[in-house]
Every structure is written in C-alpha cells, then in structure tokens.
Ligand binder design. Structure first.
Ligand code: ADP
Ligand code: MG
Length: 698
C-alpha cells in the first residue's frame, strides 16, 4: 500500500472518522498517521519493588500478595482496602466502586501482578482501582509490554476515538505497510551512527519492545527528521553560494580607507573586526551574500553596517539601511551623517513623514547615482524608490519585517543586492541552525570596552516611593530616566489608561519647573513623537515616560535608569531590549523591574533571569525553554519548527550531528547523484516537492 493513500485505506477507518482525524489532528494520509507519535508510553516492562517506590513515580507494576481485605467507612459510602505485600514492604490497593464484586473475586495470599497509578498520601503508597492479574494467568499470555499513549482532543474522545482505538488503527496500518517501508538513509550513515532500519524504528516508536528499543527508534527518527531538514537548508545555502551571482566588492578604496584611518571614533572590537572580515570575504567572492548579523544591544552593529556600505561605495554601488521605525531610522541617519560629516559621501533619510519635495529630490538623486546611502523605513519599499545600482541592503531588527517586504527590496535591481540582516535579538545557536540554516551567521559577541554592566533589581509595586526617591537622586546627578509601560495589543485601551495614570502620578511626584517629562506612545503622530524624543535626546527633559515604542534602538548615553512598570507582563527578549537602552554612557546604569506581588512561576523565572545575567544569548536560551521555539521572534512562519518527533530545544545534540552529516554529504555529493546515496536522493526529492520550509530572508 502506498503511504500517500488517505487513511480510509486502513482497516477500520471510516470516511467519517477520517474526516474527524483530519480536522482534529491534521492526519490525512497513511504517512501522516505513521508519523503521529505517542507522547508517552505505559511501561509494563519494569517491575517495581514496594520499597523502591517514590512519591513522583506515576504508573507502576508490582508482583505481590494480598494479605488482608477490609471495608472502610468514609463520609459518603465506603471504600474497599486491600493490604498488598511483597518481600520488600507493603502498601494498599483501594476501590471505591464495584466493591462487593471485587471483594468476592480477590484471592488472598496468591501472587498477583498489580498495575496502576501510584498515589502517595501521608507517607504511604496506594493504587486506586488497580489492574490485577494472577501471576499464573499473566504468564500464559503474550504481553504488550509498552503501550503507546497518543495525543488526543476532546472531540475525538467524545466521538469514541479512544487511545485504544488509535492504537488499533496504527497497529492495522503497520500490519498493512510494514514490509513496504523503504529505508531513506544510506548504508554509510546507518553504519556510522548505528541506526536501526526505518521500518523497525517506526514500529518501535509506536509499539516498543523495550525502553532500549524505544530509545533507538526515537534516535533514528529524530536524526532522520533533522537530517532531511538540514539537508534542504544546507543545500539551499550552497546553491545560493554557487548559483546566485552577487556584485563583487573586491576593491578597498578611498571611502573605506579614509574613514577607517581618519574618522573612526574608536578602535573596533575584535568581534567587530572578525565580522567585518566575514562580510568582506562574502562580498568579495562574486557570490551573493545573505548574512545574518547577531549582536546584543550596544555591541556596535551600526559601525559594521557603515563600513560595509563604504566598501560598496568604493566599488561604485549605492547602499541602503532599512529600519522598522521612524525613530530608529532617524537615529541611524543622525549617527551615520555625523560619522560621515567630514567626508564627501552623501546620506539621506526617507520615511513616511518625508515631505513631497524632499522625496522627489531623493528619488532623483537615487536614480542619477549622486546619492550614496539611503536610510529609511518601509517607505523605501515604495515603487517610486529606484536605485541606480543598489549594491547592499542592510536590514535592522529583521524580525519586524515580513518575508514579502524583504523580497521587495531584492527586486529593486538586475542582480540581487547583498543582504545583511542585523538583529539585536540573539537567537540560540541551535535554533538559528534550524530557522536560519540556509543563511550565514555572524555574531558580535563582545561589547565595546569600558561598558559597565547595568545593575538590575526587582522591586514590588509597594516600593515605588523609594524607587522615585532613587530617580530623584540620579536626576540630581544630571542623569536621565526612562519609565516604560507595557503596551500589549489585546488590551490596548487599558494599557493606554495605565500609561496615562502613570504619567499623571509621575508628573505629581516630579513637578515642573524642577523636572521636565517627555511622553511617547504609539497613538501619537510621528511628528509629535519625534518632538518629544528630541527633547529627551537633547536633555531638555529628564524623564521619558513611554510605551515600548522606545524598545528599538533609541540611543541616549546620558540616560542611566530604566524603570519597567508591570515588568511581569513583558517577555524576556523585550525586557532585555529595554534594558539595553541604558548603560550606553560612562556612568553606572540601573534597571528597575517593578511588578505586583502576584507572579506566575514563569514571570518569576523571567525576572530572576534578568537580575542574574545580562548576556543576551543566555537570556535567549531561557526564553526558548520557557516559551518554546515557536514563540521566539516570529519563527512560527518557519515550517522548520513543525517537527513530528524531534524537539528543537531538547534534541540539540542530534541536531548538530544531523547538520554536520548533511554538510559532509553535500560536500562529497552535492547533487546526491552517487549510487550509494540513491535512497537519500529519493526521500529528499519527495520531501522537497511537498515542503515549504524555506526561511527565506530574501
Ligand atoms: P547596536 O549594536 O545596539 O546597534 P550601536 O552600533 O548603536 O549598537 O553602538 C552602541 C554604541 O557603542 C554607540 O554609541 C557606538 O558609537 C559605540 N561603539 C560601537 N563600537 C564601539 C567600539 N568598538 N568602541 C567603542 N564604542 C563603540
Ligand atoms: Mg542598533
């Protein structure tokens, strides 16, 4: 039977049931069902001794004898209690229903195999409503040792699709297809990693012979799943490298050298130098660069972007930076204009609020090539914006742009411009392998020298007055302060009210003329926002009350305190981003996380993580563990994470092995055309034709 056939081909599955299984679990073909794995197993391979039992053991199987049975009266009705013993100790078996019948059938002092869920109460163990079988009966039967338990839904259960029925379906399916299940890996890989045959792996993943077989089956299937994903990603990367031509920036000229030697305001860190080298190698090679640059907030990505753009200009190309917000674009524009002020390189800013006249001038200068660098927001993507020859597009804070928008940037040229995506959201390495496995990744893992770690504390709301006192002390020293409120889409109106209430109470506490306060939030017009921002940037106001609009990119080195209100409502990466707004100057900076007393376990972990570390990668790891991969920076779009059996968080070791295996294989046999790889090729072709896993950056 072909595995692509619908599940109605399986014995016992009606059209109705099939429809329900599709609706509830997305299972359509036999292959879907074969790859629908149990989430746990009832293990009947192990026999426990009573003295071995632990309070956290769930189901147990024990051999022993019933020595005594009695009825115990309780509030409502009674319960039947049997004393059950083995050589090591004793416990109780308990029934609430069917007591009479059970009492009559129990055999005293005869060996039983008892199985059930273990209860632990007041230091003693019991099993309510155990499965019981006399040892002599037990020995006569062939035992299914480990029973699979499948994920289900309420609708399925209500419609009578019990776990037992699922088990039957899958058993029937396996009986029908087992002999026809094809191997999909090469003999070499199977030997190298001592994998079991696919057929046996599938069988044992559903109906394991033992724990040991289960482990082997799972390893094999996880390896295979991750291997084929990596094979696609790595292959795509290789094809991009060899097939997609890119502009060649092989000449280091006047622009770059002049700036580097005469205008660079500081020494590059080693990490910045290394990343620059990686980029230069790419853009000098004639291949197309598609590179992700990860670097924590404040690690100095802007200067790397600028130097890369200068390289483009030296080779006769234009360059652009696209940022997700007007504020951030403006900040890039200001920073870069200042850095370039003593050079002849031209820079312009284009955003939604650029005036028509200015726009026209920019369009013209872009097309005639007199404009070298254009910095802007989404406005860059408008059709009217045409470059004479765009050599590189740098995208800041990548996760805020959709795939389509990125593709649009790409289409502005005859050849695709090089793409450098900068993100301050560190992605754990292994997740990056899955989500961005087809990209090259550079990491700035070092902060510029002299940075002091931001002191971070967690305070409860009731301590607000002492926090205000602290802010006053800092302001007296000439520092500036952010106070940030959450703005979460679903409850926008309420959040907005929180912000306004907060603003009022801060205004009372910090009255003018001694104190000046800026306020910035998403409902303001861009011009008003900009005005308020500028007042803070220039130091005219000491306090900035804001929603998370300031999250991205604002740079005010004199600001040394970040107060985050309702900090328990922010995600870890957001908290980390916000904290990154301070600690940019020479002074000691502080981050104060304010929360209510009511905290979920997860919120506690988040706040604790923030006070314990400032390493973005460590924070990202915790975030990944707390929220799972699908919630990390919009990775949902990436089908790479729709895994059937592997777990991106837990199976990172297998992932690394699978990726390296894919790399080695493609190095030896780029087209998978060698005879020994024929099975891989077949499985790969099938998978490629049906999958949409590309995490296209461009
Ligand atoms: P981010 O990676 O968050 O975009 P920026 O590029 O804005 O970081 O840099 C943060 C600050 O650090 C800026 O004020 C920048 O001038 C400064 N900076 C960057 N690189 C260095 C360096 N190598 N030495 C000293 N200061 C640096
Ligand atoms: Mg930045």
């Amino acid at each position: 039977m072909n595995l692509d056939y619908p599940i109605t081909y399986i014995k016992g599955i009606s059209v109705q049931r099939a429809t329900l299984l599709y609706k509830e679990l997305g299972i359509k073909s036999c292959n879907d069902l074969l790859n629908f794995f149990p989430f746990r197993y009832i293990d009947k391979t192990k026999f426990y001794q009573i003295k071995e039992l632990q309070p956290n053991t769930s189901e147990v199987q024990i051999v022993g004898k019933i020595t005594h049975v009695k009825s115990v009266a309780q509030k409502r009705g009674s319960r039947l209690v049997a004393t059950f013993q083995d050589d090591s100790g004793s416990m109780e078996l308990v029934w609430f229903k069917g007591q009479k019948w059970i009492k009559d059938s129990l055999k005293i002092n005869q060996p039983y195999v008892v199985y059930g869920k273990l209860n632990h109460f007041n230091g003693s163990f019991s099993i309510p409503h155990p499965e019981l079988e006399l040892v002599k009966e037990y020995k006569k039967k062939l035992q299914t040792k480990m029973q699979p338990v499948y994920p289900s839904t309420e609708k399925l259960t209500n419609a009578g699709v019990s776990n037992k029925l699922m088990r039957t379906y899958i058993q029937n399916l396996l009986q029908q297809v087992y002999d026809g299940i094809q191997e999909s890996l090469s003999t070499k890989i199977i030997d190298d990693f001592k994998l079991i045959h696919k057929r046996d792996a599938l069988l044992n993943a559903h109906f394991p012979k033992s724990q040991e077989y289960l482990a082997k089956a799972q390893y094999r299937l996880k390896f295979e799943e991750l291997f084929f994903i990596q094979l696609q990603l790595v292959r795509k990367k290789l094809i991009n490298k060899t097939k997609i031509k890119g502009f060649v920036f092989d000449h280091v000229g006047e622009c770059f050298n002049n700036f580097y030697n005469n205008h660079l305001p500081f020494q590059l860190t080693n990490a910045q130098k290394r990343v620059l080298k990686e980029i230069r190698k790419d853009v000098g090679s004639g291949a197309h660069m598609n590179r992700l640059l990860q670097g924590d907030v404040g690690s100095g990505k802007t200067i790397v972007a600028l130097l890369t753009m200068l390289l483009a200009i030296d080779n006769g190309f234009q360059a652009t930076i696209m940022a997700p917000t007007e504020i951030l674009a403006t900040q890039h524009f200001n920073a870069i204009s200042e850095l370039l002020q003593e050079t002849t390189i031209t820079v312009q800013l284009l955003t939604g609020s650029s005036k028509t006249k200015k726009r026209r001038a920019i369009h013209e200068a872009l097309e005639n090539g007199s404009l070298h660098i254009l910095i802007g927001t989404h406005a860059l993507l408008e059709d009217k914006v045409k470059f004479q020859n765009l050599g590189i597009a740098i995208i800041d804070e990548q996760h805020r742009f959709g795939v389509k928008q990125r593709a649009k940037l790409w289409s502005k040229n005859s050849l695709p411009p090089h793409i450098l995506v900068m993100t301050a959201t560190p992605i754990p390495r292994t997740l990056a392998m899955s989500v961005y496995g087809d990209l090259d990744i550079s990491v700035i893992d070092e902060l510029p020298p002299g940075r002091k770690e931001v002191k971070t504390v967690h305070r409860f709301d009731s301590n607000r007055l002492s926090v205000f006192k602290f802010l006053k002390d800092e302001i007296v020293k000439g520092r500036q302060v952010y106070v940030v409120y959450p703005l979460i889409q679903e409850s926008e109106a309420m959040d907005y009210k929180d912000l306004m209430d907060g603003y009022e109470s801060i205004s009372r506490e910090f009255p003018s003329p001694n104190y000046q306060i800026s306020i910035v939030h998403g409902k303001m017009k861009p011009a008003d926002k900009e005005y308020e921002m500028q007042r803070f940037v220039k130091g005219e106001t000491q306090i900035m009350v804001a929603t998370t609009v300031i999250e991205v990119g604002v740079n005010v080195p004199n600001a040394s305190v970040m107060v985050i209100e309702s900090a328990e409502r922010f995600g870890l990466s957001q908290l980390h981003q916000l904290r990154g707004r301070v600690g940019r100057g020479a002074d000691q900076s502080y981050c104060i996380l304010l929360s209510s007393y009511k905290l979920s376990e997860e919120a506690k972990t988040r706040l604790k993580t923030m006070t314990a570390t400032s390493d973005g990668f460590k924070i990202a790891e915790v975030d990944l563990k707390l929220r799972g991969p699908g919630n990390i920076m919009g990775t949902q779009q990436s089908g790479v994470l729709n895994l059937k059996i592997a777990d991106v968080v837990k199976d990172t070791n297998i992932l690394v092995v699978a990726r390296n295996t894919a790399i080695d294989l493609l190095q030896e046999d780029p087209n998978l055309s060698k005879k020994e790889n024929i099975l891989i090729n077949k499985a790969f072709a099938k998978m490629s034709s049906s999958s949409k896993i590309w995490s296209n950056i461009s």
